[in-house]
Every structure is written in C-alpha cells, then in structure tokens.
Write a protein that binds this ligand. Sequence first.
Ligand SMILES: Cc1cc2nc3c(=O)[nH]c(=O)nc-3n(C[C@H](O)[C@H](O)[C@H](O)COP(=O)(O)OP(=O)(O)OC[C@H]3O[C@@H](n4cnc5c(N)ncnc54)[C@H](O)[C@@H]3O)c2cc1C
Length: 210
Amino acid sequence: MASKVPSHVKYVVIGGGIIGLSIAYHLTRLGHRDVLLLERDQLTCGTTWHAAGLVTQLRANETMAKLAQYSADLFRDLENLTGQATGFRQTGSITVAATQDRLEELKRGSSMGRSFGLDVEMISAAEAQRRVPLLDVSDVLGAAWIASDGMTNAIDTARAFAVGARQGGATILERTPVTRILVEKGRFLGVETSQGTVRAERAVICTGLW
Ligand SMILES: Cc1cc2nc3c(=O)[nH]c(=O)nc-3n(C[C@H](O)[C@H](O)[C@H](O)COP(=O)(O)OP(=O)(O)OC[C@H]3O[C@@H](n4cnc5c(N)ncnc54)[C@H](O)[C@@H]3O)c2cc1C
C-alpha cells in the first residue's frame, strides 16, 4: 500500500531504478538526510530489471572512464558498505577482434584506457582461449583483457543502494507516481503525486529512457 508523502523535503528523487537509487544513496553519503525517493510502481521494475549486469570500464573519454572505474570500485565494495548482497563478481572481461580494423581499434582503445589509469592488457588469440577455454578463436586476431571488469546482479545492486540510502536517512516510497512537476514563474516548487503534494528544493528526475 502506498504511504502518504511528507509535505516538504530538500531533495526529491523521481524513479526507483538503479540511477535514482544510486543518486539517493550518494546524496545521503554526502550528508543529506532530507531525501525522498518516489517510485511509480516497485523498485527496479523498469529497465533495471532487464539488465544483464555487465560491469565494464573501457570508455571513449576520460570523464566516462573515471565514472565507470568509480562504479566498478563501488560495486565491489557496496555489499560491505550496506550489508546487502549484490552478487558482484570480478571475473575480468575479454573483448575479441576478428578483423584487422577491429584489432587496431582495440589497441587504440586499450592505450587510451591505460592513459586513464585502467589496467588493460592486449593478449593473443591463444591466450584468450587459455583464459576462456570455451572460446572459439579460429577467426580471432587478438583480444583486450581487463582484470577489474566483472558482473553484478542489477536488482540486488539497486536494492543495496536502497538499503544504504535508507540507512543514511532517505525515505523511499513505492507505488507513488509523480503526476506533475510544480513550477511557478520558472521556479521549481515541488511535485504532485498520487498521494499528495510534496514541496521540495531540488528534484532529480530519474524516470529512465522509456
Ligand atoms: C536487456 C538489457 C540488458 C542490459 N544490460 C546491461 C549491462 O549488462 N550493463 C549495464 O551497465 N547496463 C545494462 N543495461 C542498461 C541498464 O539496464 C540501464 O542503463 C539502467 O537500468 C537504467 O536505469 P534507470 O534507473 O535510468 O531506469 P529504470 O530502471 O527504467 O528506472 C526508472 C524508474 O522510474 C520509474 N518512474 C517512471 N515514471 C515515474 C513517475 N512519473 N513517478 C515515479 N516513478 C516513475 C519507473 O517505474 C522505473 O522504476 C541493459 C538494459 C537492457 C534493457
């Protein structure tokens, strides 16, 4: 059953997927306790529910690379920080190249990754097969190996953010859709929900791609 919403908060986060839950968690880690997260239905019921949970860090620019590296480090530590199991496993990742052009691209990406502080190793097809024995390397020319990549359970990881956010003082309400953003003279005032109006100083809209 949906609960009644508070009349005023500092931060309202709209959407209980992994992004909204991560933002609520990080706000509490920054010391903000007056955080309200509103989810239309159930936590993780959106795209997060479908995610395979691959945690990769090779990115095309430094900002995205740093963000991906921060995420991989956090996913590794989140269970200890919150007490909620996430299913994170640091398996390492292999990206294979089956054409000369792709191999060049991988080599360029690898040296760029190294310049961003990521430990990327270019390996031969034989070495790729040694590390992943089921891999058919008959047309593989080379591969990039990143030992710190891995996989996680997206739902449990999102739940860990929810646990951490609640531990930090945030309120999380499910089955509470935001029906309107209230703006007056260009200024944000709050949100209207199925359970009443919440005045807020800041809103973070995390309602997903779809
Ligand atoms: C098949 C598949 C595989 C994927 N695999 C990977 C992977 O391996 N690795 C990876 O990093 N990413 C992967 N992704 C991408 C990843 O799932 C998304 O980037 C991520 O889940 C997006 O999270 P989100 O919080 O932005 O969105 P969502 O999970 O969609 O969350 C948005 C939430 O907002 C709520 N909402 C919407 N409107 C309102 C409203 N008016 N009021 C209140 N709440 C509202 C929704 O109910 C929903 O819960 C995959 C995606 C798919 C589809």
